[in-house]
Design a protein around this ligand. Structure first.
Ligand SMILES: *Cc1c(COP(=O)(O)O)cnc(C)c1O
Length: 470
């Protein structure tokens, strides 16, 4: 059969439009859209025919057009259950939010707000007033500014303070934060020259001091948030750096990465640097994320000296990096939890960190019951993640599903990902591992439902057994 004959076998556009399934699509979606997708599909089929493939049946064509149209409708961004054991998983959206935070975000979403309107004076205001006092109160700083995310905050500061000039940073802190993004490369976009001093494992105060020139505008400290160098190391404390800065009239900029307000050693974790400690040590500007250990929506928070914050606020990049009203409202609500002393009860990230082992154990056992023979519970470790506490972990109980072949494990992991909501575990060799720690109590039902669906026979056997025993 030649190509022409094959092409002629394809259904016409009119024929497709008269198909029952396509007619139904046209009732939900605009006819032009469906028509567009029909043309695209026919074009694809003609291309594959000319490459030697045989023409699909009418039914196959209708099916593919239907699923393509429906795919447009199913939102690609959806809730997933995090059973990976990494509490702050950047790929899974970092911090889940508190109920009050969600409520606050909702409240400003479906209406106008006084975002940049001063209700007392009846004229233009600043979106920053809603949060600045709160941040000053919590951290002891004199001024504060909130932007889109932490990386943009540091970029803004270097642009405003050191464009065309030099900023000194320890070589051991010139880090990559994941996803291939390197702090020094982001910061160079500011037009500042990063002068790296010291070696990977050792930097001394004299290294900084010798690098200071008339072109130096700031000393930068970056918290090595996602790795730890052990063995022979030497660093400079923030206090020493501040003292050096004072002698040379240079501000110390402190990128904390995660940044937190609480004492993480209470949970058996290493100390994560606290924002208020950096402020009281004399850092001129402190930078941290809203959605890491703080447990709020994505944001970049900058606190510090009034005069420097004012400079940042006036810089054109402040507009390019500004935060939107919804996340601003959410961040205020999250910060209020800290102010009211209820953070550990209300903020999901902190609740997950503080979750007692007995509760994790109880949930692991429930999952095990549904899984039956191929599964077992073993002691394991969860991590905080999200660029914080690289050398610490939290004790947990892991539900391990051992299968005969690695392919079967990947198959099971895929089925769990296809469940709605998707359940994300981790695959290690012949095992699929589920960590109950980061599964929020309200998501528990989704996991047990997925396990019941995927392991129906085991579940039935179990109930039967339970019946006979009782
Ligand atoms: C995570 C991190 C950043 C980037 O913060 P985002 O909020 O993701 O932009 C910058 N610096 C350090 C040290 C970090 O850990």
């Amino acid at each position: 059969m030649n190509l022409e004959t094959k092409f002629r076998q394809l259904p016409s556009v009119d024929k497709l439009l008269s198909e029952e399934h396509i007619k139904k699509l046209c009732q939900v979606f605009p006819r032009e859209l469906v028509l567009d997708l029909i043309h695209q599909r026919l074009e694809e089929i003609r291309r594959s025919i000319s490459q030697g493939e045989s023409p699909p049946s009418l039914e196959e064509i209708v099916d593919s057009i239907e699923s393509e149209t429906r795919a447009l409708e199913s939102s690609p961004l959806q809730p997933v259950v995090n059973a990976t054991g990494v509490i702050l998983h950047t790929n899974l959206g970092r911090a889940p939010l508190s109920l009050e935070t969600i409520e606050a975000m909702n409240q400003v979403s479906n209406c106008y707000s006084n975002l940049e309107f001063d209700l007392d004076r009846g004229r233009r205001g600043s979106r920053q007033v809603h949060i600045e006092h709160l941040l000053c109160q919590l951290t002891g700083a004199k001024a504060a500014l909130v932007v889109n995310n932490n990386a943009s905050g540091v970029l803004l500061a270097l642009s405003a303070l050191a464009r065309g000039k030099e900023v000194i940073v320890s070589r051991g802190q010139a880090i990559e934060i994941g996803g291939g993004f390197r702090i020094p490369e982001v910061l160079r976009q500011s037009g500042a020259k990063l002068v790296e001093v010291g070696t990977t494992n050792c930097t001394y105060l004299t290294d900084y001091e010798q690098a200071i020139t008339p072109r130096t505008k700031a000393l930068l400290r970056v918290h090595s948030s996602n790795f730890k160098i052990i063995g022979f190391t030497q660093g400079v404390t923030l206090e020493e750096l501040v003292e050096l800065g004072q002698r040379h009239n240079l501000p110390v900029l402190d990128d904390l990465g995660s940044g937190c307000f609480i004492d993480t050693t209470k949970f058996g974790l290493e100390p994560e640097p606290r924002v208020q400690d950096s402020v009281s040590a004399g850092a001129a500007l402190v930078f941290f994320s809203g959605d890491k250990l703080l447990g709020g929506p994505q944001a970049g928070i900058i606190v510090g000296k009034q005069e420097l914050i004012d400079k940042l606020k006036r810089h054109p990049l402040a507009r390019a990096a500004r935060i939107d009203k919804v996340r601003l409202a959410g961040l205020v609500a999250t910060l209020l939890h800290y102010l009211k002393g209820e953070a550990l009860d209300k903020i999901p990230v902190l609740r997950l960190i503080a979750m007692p082992l007995t509760e994790i154990e109880r949930r692991a056992e429930r999952w095990l019951q549904l899984l039956g023979s191929p599964a077992l519970i073993i002691p394991g470790e969860s991590v905080v993640g999200g660029g914080s506490l690289p050398a610490s972990s939290l004790p947990t109980r892991l539900v391990v599903i051992k299968l005969k072949a690695e392919a079967k494990v990947h198959d099971l992991a895929r089925k769990l990902r296809q469940h709605r909501p998707p359940i994300i575990g981790r695959v290690e060799k012949n095992s699929l591992i589920l960590d109950p720690r980061c599964v929020l109590p309200e998501e528990e039902e989704s996991v047990t439902q997925a396990l019941r669906l995927l392991f129906p026979s085991t579940h039935l056997d179990q109930t039967k057994e339970a019946d006979t025993i009782s």
